[in-house]
Ligand binder design. Sequence first.
Ligand SMILES: Nc1ncnc2c1ncn2[C@@H]1O[C@H](COP(=O)(O)OP(=O)(O)O)[C@@H](O)[C@H]1O
Ligand SMILES: [Mg+2]
Length: 296
Amino acid sequence: MAPRTLAAPDIELLAPIGSGGQATVYRGKLWSGGATKLVAVKLYGNSDAASWSYRAEREILWKADHPSIPKLLGFFDTTSESALIIELLSGISLARLIGSAHRNGALFSGGVIAYIACELLSALSYLHGGLDGKLSSVIHGDIAPDNIFLTDDGKVFLLDFGAVYSPHKKAQQLFGKRAYLAPEQLDGEAASIWSDLYSLGAVMFETAILRPFDFPQFAQEFALLRKCHVGLPETLFLSIRACLAPTASLRPKNASLLLKILRSGAFAAQEDEKQELARIVKVHLSTLTPGLAREF
Ligand SMILES: Nc1ncnc2c1ncn2[C@@H]1O[C@H](COP(=O)(O)OP(=O)(O)O)[C@@H](O)[C@H]1O
Ligand SMILES: [Mg+2]
C-alpha cells in the first residue's frame, strides 16, 4: 500500500504503546477499501518542535526503502493534529528488552549482540548514504535503546526519525538523549555520521552489559566490558570501543566499513542469530504483565 493522505475518521486509536518528547504512538485501526488493518499511529503535539519532527520523520519514512526502517502507510495533517500511520511491529523496544534482561540477570550472547549491531549499521549506512542517493546524507541524531525495536520474528528496526539532522537545525539544538550523545555534541557541535556511530557504540555497550556507558570512566568501562561479557567476539569489542572514541576522527570511517569488518569477523551464521533473537523477544514478551503484552 503506497503512503497516502488520510482523514482522521479513517483511523481509530486503540491503546497507547509508547511516547517520547514530541509524540505518542498508539495501536490503531485503519479503514481501507472496506477492510481494517492494525497499524501504529504516531500522533504529534502541536508545538513548533513537534511539527518540525513530524515533517522530518514523514519525509524519511516516505522515501526510505530498507528492511530495518518501518513502512509509512499514510499520514494526516490538519491545523490541530498531525499523525503518521506506520506498519505495526510486533515485539519490544531494546530499552524494554534490556530492562527485562537486567531483571532476569541474563546477558545476550555475543552473536545476538553482533547481529543487532550489524542490522543497525546496515540501516545507518543507508541513511548516511542519503537513502541510495534520494537525499543528501541523513544523520539520525537520536540513536538510543527506546528508538530500536526488535520483533518476534527476529528483525531489528531503527525508529523515530523526528530528530534527523538537517542544515536548518542549529548545532546547539540537542535532540538526542544525553547518555547516548557524543562528547562533541554535548560541547555544542552539530551531529554527524560519527556522532551517530558514537550513539550506536553506547547502545551496543549497554546491550552487552545491561547498563549505560559511563563516558567519564572511559578506560575502566572497557575493562569492565571485557570482564562482564567474556563471550563478546573480539571484533565486536574493538568495534564498540572504536565507536566510543572521545574524538570523532578516531572513530570508524563510516558505518558501511564497520559493517563489512563486523560481518567478516564477528559472526557468520546470521540466520541462527535472527532465530535466537526471535526466541528471546518471545520469551520476554510472555514474561511481561498481560496488560503490557497486549500492547505490543
Ligand atoms: N511501528 C511501530 N510498531 C510498534 N511499536 C512502535 C512503532 N513505532 C513506535 N513504537 C513504540 O513506540 C515507542 C515510541 O516511538 P517513537 O517513534 O520513538 O516515538 P517518540 O518520537 O515519541 O519517541 C517506541 O519505543 C516503540 O516501543
Ligand atoms: Mg523515540
